[in-house]
Structure formats: structure tokens, C-alpha cells
Design a protein around this ligand. Structure first.
Ligand SMILES: [Zn+2]
Ligand SMILES: [Zn+2]
Length: 445
């Protein structure tokens, strides 16, 4: 059994049996978060025997890092070429069919490794293409904006809808601090917002464990918390964009990414705050509105979910039992029929997909009334344990204050999400994933 030391390196490339009973494996072999990290990339590629590199950028990251990295590869005698992904007619770059085809056409037989030089979108396109075309995937994040650099799944927009397609984690990550500190403030604030969401995602995971016996890995949870602590402890450096701040934020994001790799799913890092964010994103996409930064949405959504946790934490066991009894007396028990109606109302053309995600597709067996009664009883009986989970989530104004310190949006108004959309998401976003969260618990209270 391994123990947490606050460092990333001891975890890389390891496989071990954990106290949680699962076998854990971290496929990432190398992480360099340092000044001059880019210089380490050609050396690494040569050590691994990769002779042809394709550096994938957009217009902005080509100038910021792509050209420089190409030069470093050439100086090292390493064959490399550039692929600049082009923006669409709205000047945007989304991980969709268009750029995937553009990228695939550039992957000639001599390319052995594909390097994502950019933010999340470029990483998701490269992650997918490298996996499909059986190439090595290397990562050069140019902004510390999400914890998804190291993830396995590629969220892609196919036919106008976002779906996460299983792909692969990068083999190595090279995060240059000088480069990160030059990234836009909004992207730094977004990375911090993605980390703040861990307060609520971890609490949601504990609710699933407490009420449904969901498997829970203390090590993954602790690793995520440790990454979060690095960010909270260095909030002012992060706000100023200093190299120390960038180092701590990037380490935090990477630890969060590794904790997801350990358990093989995103439970430690993604709960109701991410479901809210995904719901907003889906509606923006349907309305063809300009996308908002993932972490900016997650930070604001975390404030909203912290408010829900604070409401639950304020209830005594007797008050919670009375609220649950009231819910049943009013006929507002969250039955499959109510869930189906909510999904039909909230998801439009993708309702069938969401019904299937929730095990509510036509023909699937529904939980019986007795099972729902048993759940109501369980919530009432275990209220003290549930309450102790709720109490650990910081107050919403604390989270909002932290977001303000890094210069990110803290309210839905600052983010650009209308009150009506917020209302809809508080009702419907819980169905984005079939996962127990504070939003689902809130249906009883
Ligand atoms: Zn996220
Ligand atoms: Zn474990």
C-alpha cells in the first residue's frame, strides 16, 4: 500500500492493490511541472525511441509554444512537424468532427507520437485521435484550466451533442511554468474553479457510499483533497499568476487527474457541480451560444451546490425525518415516473440518451415503491452521518470569496447564465449522470 507524500512522481507508472480492494494503475509515465519543461520533451521522446512527432496547436498556442517546441525538436535532431487546428466560422475551436478529421489527415505513417500543445479542446482531439490511430499521446498544457489533461475520456461534440468517448491518458505531461503564467487570467481562474468543485464532488461521492454502499477509495479522495489544498494554500500566488502559483495549481489539477485514473472513473472529481456545468453547456450548444470555460462554470456551480449542502447541514435528524415524511405525504417521492417526466421536459432531443443513462429506458425494470420507501427510511436513519458529510463542505460565500480572489466569476449573473436556466438546471441537471448527488438527496428535503 502506498502512502500520500504530496508528490506526483511516486505514483507514475505504478500498479498496486489498494486498501479499497481495487487494483489501481497509473498509466502516465512522466510529469514535468517546471521552468523549462518544454526542453525535457525532445529528450524524453528520444529516450523512448519516438522518431516522428506531430505537434498539434491552434493559432494562439502555435505562437505561444508550438513554434518554440518545433525549434527545440529540430535542434535535438528529432523529426517533428506542426498541425495548426483551424477555428470555425465563429472563431471558435471545439473538439468536434471537423477538427478530428483535420488532425487525422495529418497523421502520416512516420508519426509515432502526437503532442497536444494547448488547452482542453486540443487535448481531447489529440487524445481521441492518438488512441484511434494507435499513436503515443504526449501533453503540453498551455494553460492550467482543467484537471482533464491527464484523463482517459475524450469529451467530443458529435452531431452537435457532447459525449465522452473512452480514449487514453497521456504517456507524459510537460507543463512549462513560464508558459502557464502567461496564459489568460480567465483560464487560470477556471482551473482554480475546477479544483473548488472537488469540495462538492467528494461530498457527493460520500453520499453515494453512505446511502448505496458505493465503492469509495480513501486514497483517491485524499489525493484529490491534497491537490485542492495546494490550490487553496496558494490562492494569492495563483491570482497573481506567479510561477509558484502556476506550479501549485498545475500540481493540484494533476493530482486530481491521477485520482480519477486510480479509480477508473470521475467520481472523485465530478459531482453535481459538474452536472450543472454540463447542463448549461448542453443548453448553450443547443442555442448555438458561445461556450463558457469549463472551470468557470464548475466554480460557480460549486457555490450553488455548497448552498444546497448548507441547507441540508442545517437540518436536525428530526427535521430531516419530517421533511422526508412531508415529501411522501405530498406525493412528491422521486419515482421513476417523475424522473422520466423531468428528463423529457429538460433534455429535448437527447432525452432518450439521458433516460438510458439513468436506467429508465423503455423496458428497464423500475425500483418498486417498497425500494423507494426503504431509501427514505435509510436517509432518515443515517441523517447524522449524512449531516457530517454536508457540514464538511465550505459555506457558499467562502467558495464565492475564493473565486473572487482569483478574478473568476462567482455568481451565475457574472458567468452569463440566466436565472431561468439556473432554475431548470437545479431541477434537471441531476440526470446528466446516474450518480447520487446533493441534488438527488435534495428531492426528499
Ligand atoms: Zn472539471
Ligand atoms: Zn483505492
Amino acid at each position: 500500500m502506498k502512502h500520500l507524500t504530496g508528490e506526483i512522481n511516486p505514483w507514475l507508472g505504478t500498479s498496486f492493490t489498494c486498501d479499497c480492494g481495487a487494483e489501481h494503475h497509473v498509466p502516465i509515465r512522466k510529469v514535468v511541472i517546471d521552468n523549462g519543461a518544454l526542453e525535457a520533451l525532445p529528450t524524453y521522446a528520444q529516450e523512448r525511441g519516438y522518431s516522428g512527432l506531430l505537434l498539434v496547436t491552434d493559432r494562439r498556442t502555435r505562437e505561444a509554444a508550438g513554434n518554440g517546441l518545433l525549434q527545440l525538436c529540430h535542434e535535438a535532431g528529432l523529426p517533428a512537424s506542426l498541425c495548426e487546428l483551424t477555428e470555425d466560422e465563429h472563431g471558435e475551436l471545439a473538439a468536434d468532427e471537423r477538427i478530428i478529421v483535420q488532425l487525422m489527415l495529418q497523421v502520416t505513417p512516420s508519426i509515432q507520437a502526437i503532442v497536444a500543445v494547448g488547452s482542453g479542446t486540443i487535448h481531447d482531439a489529440v487524445r481521441f485521435v492518438a488512441h484511434k490511430m494507435n499513436r503515443v499521446f504526449l501533453s503540453v498544457p498551455t494553460a492550467p484550466s482543467v484537471d482533464g489533461f491527464s484523463s482517459v475520456g475524450a469529451p467530443l461534440i458529435i452531431g452537435g451533442f457532447k459525449q465522452t468517448i473512452p480514449a487514453c491518458a497521456p504517456e507524459a505531461i510537460f507543463a512549462d511554468l513560464a508558459l502557464l503564467s502567461k496564459s489568460p487570467r480567465s483560464m487560470i481562474a477556471a482551473g482554480f474553479g475546477d479544483m473548488l468543485g472537488k469540495y462538492t464532488s467528494l461530498a457527493d461521492w460520500q453520499l453515494g457510499q453512505e446511502l448505496f454502499g458505493e465503492s469509495y477509495c480513501e486514497l483517491a479522495a485524499d489525493m484529490t483533497l491534497q491537490g485542492l489544498a495546494l490550490c487553496i494554500d496558494h490562492v494569492d500566488d495563483i491570482a497573481l499568476g506567479t510561477e509558484l502559483g502556476m506550479q501549485k495549481l498545475m500540481e493540484g489539477l494533476t493530482l486530481s487527474g491521477i485520482s480519477m485514473l486510480l479509480v477508473g472513473h470521475s467520481r472523485p472529481a465530478s459531482g453535481a457541480e459538474h452536472h450543472l456545468s454540463h447542463y448549461w453547456e448542453m443548453r448553450f450548444l443547443q442555442q448555438k451560444r458561445r461556450a463558457l470555460l469549463h472551470g468557470a462554470k464548475v466554480g460557480v456551480a460549486a457555490v450553488q451546490m455548497a448552498a444546497r449542502y448548507a441547507q441540508a447541514a442545517a437540518l436536525s435528524a428530526a427535521e430531516a425525518a419530517a421533511a422526508i415524511a412531508g415529501c411522501q405525504a405530498r406525493g412528491e417521492t422521486p419515482t421513476p415516473a417523475r424522473a422520466r417526466a423531468a428528463i423529457e421536459a429538460g433534455y429535448g432531443v437527447i432525452a432518450d440518451q439521458v433516460l438510458a443513462e439513468n436506467g429508465l429506458a423503455a423496458g428497464a425494470p423500475d425500483p418498486s415503491a417498497a425500494e423507494l420507501d426503504a431509501l427514505a427510511e435509510r436517509i432518515a436513519e443515517r441523517w447524522e452521518a449524512i449531516r457530517s458529510v454536508c457540514i464538511c463542505v465550505p459555506a457558499p460565500d467562502v467558495l464565492a470569496g475564493l473565486l473572487q480572489r482569483v478574478g473568476g466569476p462567482a455568481t451565475v449573473a457574472e458567468l452569463g447564465v440566466e436565472p431561468e436556466l439556473l432554475e431548470d438546471s437545479l431541477q434537471y441537471a441531476m440526470y446528466v449522470r446516474n450518480r447520487y448527488t446533493i441534488l438527488r438527496l435534495g428531492q426528499w428535503l
